[in-house]
Design a binder for this molecule. Structure first.
Ligand code: COA
Length: 257
């Protein structure tokens, strides 16, 4: 197991902690594989009752590692990021997230697939796929408009507008905004400990029924977005945007017609 994903166990609670502080917890292929392995094992392990996904008290994640996007981009359903998100979407037990600091790209997208989300009021969310020449991913083009309505969804996904922890609560993406990251993690842990006291089959059935009305449509959208996202990673627009980040310069999209 990679040390950049810390797996902690406390009775029925499994905590997956993103731990790559020098790169703002940017997620690499190795980290996605470790997350997927942990979730797949937790799904089979009857003694795991609830999963908590957290970063540190200062940073959730700056999203997919941009160097990985340039050097070893995901190529399809067998790629580590797809495996991780599939394991998260298929997970039948409750998943809780605690967010502090930046939650960029997939750091926001994955929250749409968690059951309970606790954030620091000052947490900074952003889905800058369009800014990177990419497109919405893992159901965000379906789930975000459902939560916030079409015009706000266009601000978030077509313009890449960021938002705070307090706004995440107003949008229905998070349950509660706490004073800081430590308080968000503590509150998330309390909720996990309460969830693990509940009857597990009733919890799992409730989760399944909550998703049942839209799960087929969600899977269709995830599949379409996935194909388009992989194509976009090879586009000249994405190459310009991703290279600009690694070269610490502003991207120039003026040559694209
Ligand atoms: N991929 C790879 N490296 C990343 C990264 C990412 N997504 N996000 C941050 N890093 C690295 C930086 O390159 C820097 O590395 P260095 O110290 O070796 O130069 C280090 O992490 C610290 O990041 P920095 O940008 O200096 O921190 P900041 O506090 O000024 O800004 C962010 C934080 C999250 C706002 C900024 O790092 C950012 O915008 N990152 C990219 C987010 C993104 O577009 N993700 C992909 C979404 S699909």
């Amino acid at each position: 197991m990679s040390e950049q994903i810390l797996v902690e166990r406390e009775q029925g609670l499994l905590t997956l902690r993103l731990n790559r502080p020098d790169k703002m917890n940017a997620l690499t292929r190795t980290m996605y594989s470790a997350l997927a392995d942990a979730l797949e094992a937790a799904q089979e392990d009857r003694s795991v009752r609830v999963v908590l996904i957290a970063g540190s008290a200062e940073c959730f994640t700056s999203g997919n590692d941009i160097v990985d996007f340039l050097q070893e981009p995901p190529s399809g359903p067998d790629s580590p990021v797809f495996r991780f998100m599939r394991a998260l979407m298929d997970f039948t037990k409750p998943v809780v997230a605690a967010v502090a600091g930046p939650a960029v790209g997939i750091g926001t997208t994955l929250l749409l697939h968690c059951d309970q989300v606790f954030v620091a009021a000052g947490a900074r969310f952003k889905m800058p796929f369009v800014n990177l020449g990419l497109c919405p991913e893992f159901g965000s083009s379906f789930l975000v408009p459902r939560l916030v309505g079409p015009v706000k969804a266009a601000s978030l996904l077509m313009r890449g507008e960021g938002f705070t922890g307090e706004q995440a609560v107003a949008f229905g993406i998070a349950n509660e905004a706490l004073a800081d990251g430590a308080a968000a993690i503590e509150r998330a842990r309390e909720v996990c400990l309460a969830l693990q006291q509940l009857p597990p089959a009733a919890v799992a059935l409730s989760k399944r029924l909550l998703k049942a009305p839209y799960i087929d449509e969600l899977r269709r959208v995830v599949s379409e977005e996935g194909q388009l996202f992989v194509e976009r990673l090879h586009s000249p627009e994405a190459h310009e945007a991703l290279s600009a980040f690694t070269q610490r310069r502003q991207p120039d999209f003026s040559k694209f017609l």
